[in-house]
Design a binder for this molecule. Sequence first.
Ligand SMILES: O=C(O)CCC(=O)C(=O)O
Ligand SMILES: [Fe+2]
Length: 328
Amino acid sequence: MKDTLRRHLPLPALLAWRRFKNRPLLSAWARRPCFADTPVDLESMGLFRRERFPESGPVPWLDRDDALERIDLKLRRGEITDLEASLCRKWHRDGFVHLAGFLAPDFVAEIWQAVEEAMASGVLPVRPEAMVEDGPYEDRFQDLHLRVSEVSKILRHNGILQILQLLFGRPAHPFQTIAFFAGSQQPAHSDSIHMTTYPEGYLVGTWTAMEDIHPDSGPLVYYPGSHRWPFYSAKVVGITERESLVSYQEAYNRKYEPFIQEIIDQRQAEAEVFTPNQGDVLVWHANLLHGGTARQDPKRSRKSVVCHYTARDAVCYHDISASLARAD
Ligand SMILES: O=C(O)CCC(=O)C(=O)O
Ligand SMILES: [Fe+2]
């Protein structure tokens, strides 16, 4: 349905339209288990926004107040190593871990080579010149692994999946990839507004540097510890259900982004800029505020692959657009 037509429909008609559109996803989700403590009937919800879901645990083990004691206990019992315990403590405190040198430079270079070949042969419809232009969003390619199978070697990398299992306390489910050719210059946000899980907090992002990242390329920036701030959902920032249904992108830019920047300013939160080497991997928490800094040198590339994962058997939806996420 055209955006312009949608804008004029009354809410009940919009709801009926959304229900109709969500039907295939609903039937896929209905067949899947969910580990939330409180069962939820997705069928009767109609719209998928944070406030329509019940409050439910389990809270991710490293987000709990007693996380540090739990980490020590696991260490004493020999269930985790010293190194794993320090990753867990870092995650609990800061909401991210930087795995320096996690993937071999040759390994990621080969994968990027496949991406370049796909671009050269036209399999990947990305304009190479996009990365030297100054537009903020034309620098990425969503779900690259579906076109260039080599990218799955990062998405499904065993070592990464093991770390995510440690951080979630449950197996991870690979959800999505985004390849970046240049800095996104994207305002700060929490991924929870884009990909929201039920129960809450079971999403992580990984950012793999496909080349050495130059400080002038517009590196990723994040705010350590901000994952412990509230989840500023669409409702909290004043985006109505109607806006979620008819104009969520506009509402996101107009209401969500300034709201988040205001919070960061008020709290005088300290930013950390990520200038990794090729093969480094950053893992960040669903609710860690992050974005892309300005490209000082617009001609510089900033090649990276972002992967998002949910915990297996968590429901995933998009709070901002009130819709269910892909169920595969
Ligand atoms: O790489 C960036 O600049 C931002 C990426 C991001 O926010 C994301 O993929 O969730
Ligand atoms: Fe993000």
